[in-house]
Design a protein. Sequence first.
Length: 260
Amino acid sequence: MTTNIEQTIESLAGDVVEKRQSLDDGLFALQTWFDQHVKLLGDEERVAFSERLNAEKDSAKREGQPHGDDLSLVSSVLRLHAMRLLYRYDETARPKTDVPADSPYQRGHYRFQNALREAELATNEARVDTAIANAHMILEDVSANRRWLQDAIMHLETASQKDLIRLAEAIPLPEKIQLNILQRASFALLGIKQEEIGRRNLQSLRQVAHLQTKQLAEMAQLLAASFKSIEDSAGWEQAMQILTKFDRDIPEDNNEVLRN
């Protein structure tokens, strides 16, 4: 098999469309290829691959073919999975940091940032799993559709164990920075107050927590609708239970559409 990621994806997509292997087989083969070649992917190939994926989202047609044909569908799903694998690989390479012991603000900020990162990763994983599930449905593999939807809901279940909004609200004001005479004079001249800077910083973190929680809630809504469309009552109930943990940012009338 080729060592070029685009050629690999196109080859695997062709095999799936020609029914020489299933979509799940293609996804597994892509992961095997990735494990063997990820360290060989240079920055240029990564950038080109990312640009190709982004172009697919914006273009009405690809290579003269409309969205929705099986080959472009399977290729897109394989690219999404490959990008997910890149994210996972890069995440394992991120340096680990210890919990800061210097101040209550730093400890609270550290806990919030870690939980936020986990929520972002969970949202991304759920989105990719849902895209794969939808592709299976289009390819008329209902059992695989249900299986990938269940994988997606498990990522949200994990994310729901931490309340981002409460973690953000628990962060105390940062301690005042010791200023020298010149800095104090500059702050006074410009009307800058350290307390106000700290309050604005905390407000910004709380806004981020609300936005990320809303994204998680919207993902749970989407999965609830997906389970409902295939008449999977257990999956629907699980998604709705998760939604209730996230829905403080979602208007109640939006949720009624799914509950009825």
